[in-house]
Ligand binder design. Sequence first.
Ligand SMILES: C[S@@+](CC[C@H](N)C(=O)[O-])C[C@H]1O[C@@H](n2cnc3c(N)ncnc32)[C@H](O)[C@@H]1O
Length: 283
Amino acid sequence: MAITPSSTTVHPGELVQLVSPSNKIYFVRAIPGGDLQTHRGVVRFDDLIGLPWGSQIFSHLGSTFFLLQPGLADIIKETRRNTQIMYPKDIGFILMTLNIGPGVRVIEAGTGSGAMTTALAWAVGTTGKVISYEARPEMQNLARKNLDRLDLASNVEFKLRDIAEGFDEQNVDSLFLDLPNPYDYMAHVQRALKPGGFFGCILPTFNQVEKLLLTLYQYQFGFTDVCEILLRYYKPVHNRLRPTDRMVAHTGYLIFSRSILSNEKITFPQEDSEANHEFNQPD
Ligand SMILES: C[S@@+](CC[C@H](N)C(=O)[O-])C[C@H]1O[C@@H](n2cnc3c(N)ncnc32)[C@H](O)[C@@H]1O
């Protein structure tokens, strides 16, 4: 197993982060007999296996490294990529909003480099299924390799297809699109989602969001939310706490909506309509 979240020591074959005191991160798999060659010296994997997570270790030149178990966010950020990938700040919120958890059947398109696929596969576990559509074979191959490396590929069914040709599945619980023109595929989305199912999408520009909103309305989707997630990191210095100098200002707009069964036309939200994202206040 590449990742065993409950392990307390490094098992043979597990993914390991070796972190230098200056925060340089080396992401390796602890294969017996293997090693990592760095300009700070060589670290032999046989010396790591069996050590508790969090241990301090030394290269043959005496340089320090810390032995950390990678979390899902670390793994996603390390995704080998040929495309723009999705980042933990967006993925975390999307997983919750689309209700992705053990046993869920979720469609995504496009697969791209497989960063989102990784998070979905992790969340649905062995009892659920991610059905991931991608039009370009080279992208699908890369994503499959990325998921294989993490031993998560068995939770995923990879499909090589332009989704203009539709989805094979019906009654899936959730569906997520990360491609430029989701508004062209809403008829397919509606057929694949179960009634009431969760739809989500990420788009980089306003113009695309506007087109999608109109199409969601035309296809009777309701309870739509549009948002973006702004994440600001701070320098964690106790006596000089302040924001880091740079931040990622924009990744994408997130759009969420629900498939609705209704004989009546859903009314288009007006500016003064109640937002459905507001937290309920106690009575
Ligand atoms: C931005 S990438 C997706 C990145 C992915 N979410 C990740 O986190 O790694 C968009 C992908 O959608 C694929 N794509 C675009 N239009 C498509 C379509 N109509 N059907 C299937 N895949 C499509 C592209 O080939 C590309 O690989």
